[in-house]
Design a protein around this ligand. Structure first.
Ligand code: ADP
Length: 632
């Protein structure tokens, strides 16, 4: 029999398959089953117009058969089959377009990944088999052919017998080695698992005769003895065939969606929201997305991997396609199925990038729209969602130099002092009295502490709401946004509240001038601890507060310090005194009568300001000594 050479490029691919150390070699089954399914598609199509096919849709099937004795796995289909010439053309060469792209990739380190992600079709059989036979009979012809190869040295084609049209792929599996077992591909449970994993939604049944142990019935009249079992063969269908996402939305119950989600994504809680849609056009695809009901335990760690499952016409081609999801929506789970994405590496390499981008951009829009829908239509649900993933949205605003802030800002929520619940920025701004100029916020560790901030009183007195920031990222969000609906943000603990009238300002300046000596005295007494001492415009019942003199708030500095112990506090401190407070008068009195006592007052006031700002006292003992000395 004449032995024929593979084309040069096929040979390279084959070499790679044969010597593959690729851990994901199990995808060979997916590749062969997909080919079988395509072949059945073709015959099913012919049968629409050709009565002679004599087959119903229900007659089509893919059959697996394992011969453990000889180590042979056979995958059969009753599809269109191949003529001798087709065998030669299809199995001896790689599609021209793909070979080029593949060759390029081969020269890089990426080759192994490509196998897993996009498949390499029929040749992947050589990852697990050292001899492959293809027995095929084309529909409408009488003769059958057998194609045989044991690898790179070539293949033979010879006539053979086959009763019905279709194709058998016969794999003589490699012998098990220390590192690899191939015999597992003969076990029904392994094959079943692989079909479930990769080919569950193939539209034709994937069947196998599986051995089961059945209890033997005791013949009538005999005494029941020890239960006996016999081995029986039962035909099992491994795949469930119809993907949920291909079904009509209105025929699917919420429970079906929820069960699917829990099953597929290993969650025990129902999803918070389901997004199911199809797109037809330049890129046609179906998407079924879920917003989980809770934060995965590893969500904010490196372990968590974002991504969607990517299918091509019901066949899984990628478990975790990261490119489909933007970072800020990385909590979304789900699948995308597009017939435009080919299993085949060839077309894949050329096109997948552009198409995936189109899909990803669309998904982002849909997810945003769904969140807006929740926010406006089901606030309770949105609140719960925000509890789980709100922090992610905030990170999303900050990341990439605020590139996504327009998209995300309306989804954010912060705690409102007035409403005593989380509100959106739009809600805050809409509720602002007409004359209110700024969006006020305070940031710190807990809401209770924040509500006790001395500066709150002034804002509150005006009837203005204050947003309480308790997430580390909150202040960064505000710095990125800068403003919302043309309203700027003001940190009540560090910035001018902008509440004074011209007259009040003038008056304050005068008081400041008149108090120059007192302020100078305090500054000197504090001996370099503060960069400035001045009168405050934002204090009411409290005597002092501390304000950073650089752009960074104390909260931000604390955060930086937590992230990086080497971080040096950059801000100096400005001590602000309340000139209307009785303590201020006492201080003034002391300066006139007992300067040593007045110096102690100054130190005390500074310590109090530090405490209120939740900053560590340099010398707590000195502070308590001071208090004691005053009490005695
Ligand atoms: P691809 O399926 O991506 O085109 P493959 O290498 O997997 O590439 O297969 C090459 C070709 O061989 C297929 O396009 C098809 O024409 C043919 N083929 C493979 N398996 C079968 C089969 N079971 N029945 C009929 N034709 C097949």
């Amino acid at each position: 029999m004449e032995k024929k050479e593979f084309q040069a490029e096929s040979k390279r691919l084959l070499d790679l398959m044969i010597n593959s150390i690729y851990t994901n070699q199990e995808i060979f089954l997916r590749e062969i089953i997909s080919n079988a399914s395509d072949a059945i598609d073709k015959l099913a199509y012919v049968s629409l117009t050709d009565q002679n096919v004599g087959m119903d849709r229900s007659d089509f099937a893919i059959t697996l058969k394992a011969d453990e004795k000889y180590g042979i796995l056979t995958i059969s289909d009753n599809g269109i089959g191949m003529t001798k010439q087709e065998m030669e053309e299809n199995l001896g060469t790689i599609a021209k377009s793909g070979s080029l792209a593949f060759k390029k990739e081969l020269d890089s380190d990426a080759d192994i990944d490509i196998i897993g992600q996009f498949g390499v079709g029929f040749y992947s059989a050589f990852m697990v088999a050292d001899a492959v036979s293809v027995v095929s009979r084309k529909y409408g012809t009488q003769e059958a052919w057998i194609w045989q190869s044991s690898g790179a040295d070539g293949y033979t084609i010879a006539p053979c017998e086959k009763e019905t049209p279709g194709t058998d792929i016969v794999l003589k599996l490699k012998a098990d080695t220390e590192d690899e077992t191939y015999s597992k591909y003969l076990k029904a449970y392994e094959l079943r698992a692989l079909v479930k994993k990769y080919s569950d939604y193939i539209r034709y049944p994937i069947k196998m005769d599986v051995e089961h142990q059945k209890p033997v019935d005791v013949p009538e009249g005999e005494e029941p003895q020890e239960q006996k079992f016999e081995t029986v063969l039962e035909t099992e269908t491994f795949n469930s065939m119809i993907p949920l996402w291909q079904r009509n939305k209105k025929d699917i119950t919420e429970e079906e969606y929820h069960n699917f989600y829990k099953d597929k994504f290993f969650d025990f809680e129902d999803p918070r929201a389901v997004i199911h849609f199809g797109v037809e056009g330049n890129v046609t695809y179906k998407a079924l997305l879920f917003i989980p009901g809770r934060t995965p335990y590893n969500y904010y760690t490196k372990e968590y991997r974002k991504g969607l499952q990517l299918y091509s016409s019901g066949v899984l081609i990628m478990e975790n396609c990261e490119d489909l999801l933007p970072e800020h929506f990385r909590f979304v789970k789900g699948i995308v199925d597009s017939q435009d994405l080919s299993l085949n590496i060839s077309r894949e390499m050329l096109q997948h990038d552009r198409q995936l981008k189109v899909i990803a951009a669309n998904l982002e829009k849909k997810i945003k729209a769904e969140l807006v829908k929740l926010l406006t239509g089901d606030r309770e649900k949105y609140d719960a969602f925000f509890d789980s993933f709100g922090r992610q949205l905030k990170y999303g605003v900050v990341q990439n130099y605020g590139m996504h802030k327009e998209l995300l800002q309306e989804l954010l929520m912060f705690w409102s002092e007035k409403e005593n619940k989380a509100v959106t920025l739009a809600e805050y701004v809409d509720a602002m009295p007409e004359e209110q100029k700024y969006i006020y916020y305070a940031s710190g560790e807990s809401r209770t502490r924040l509500s006790q901030l001395p500066q709150c009183e002034t804002v509150r007195e005006k009837g203005y709401d204050i947003l309480f920031f308790t997430d580390d990222v909150d202040e960064f969000v505000v710095q990125t946004l800068m403003q919302f609906k043309e309203k700027e943000f003001r940190n009540i603990a560090m910035e001018d509240l902008g509440l004074q009238s011209e007259e009040e300002k003038k008056l304050a300046e005068e008081t400041e001038k008149a108090s120059k000596d007192i302020l100078g005295f305090v500054k000197e007494a504090l001996d370099g601890k503060v960069s400035e001492v001045r009168l405050s415009s934002s204090l009411r019942s409290h005597p002092v507060c501390l304000v950073p003199d650089a752009g960074m708030s104390f909260e931000m500095e604390k955060y930086m310090k937590r992230m990086d112990p080497e971080f040096k506090y950059a801000s100096g401190h400005i001590l602000e005194l309340n000139a209307d407070h009785a303590v201020f008068a006492a201080l003034k009195g002391a300066i006139d009568s007992d300067r040593e006592k007045a110096a102690r007052y100054a130190k005390l006031l500074y310590a109090q300001a530090m405490l209120i700002a939740e900053l560590p006292l340099e010398d707590p003992t000195e502070y308590t000594d001071l208090v004691c000395s005053l009490m005695q």
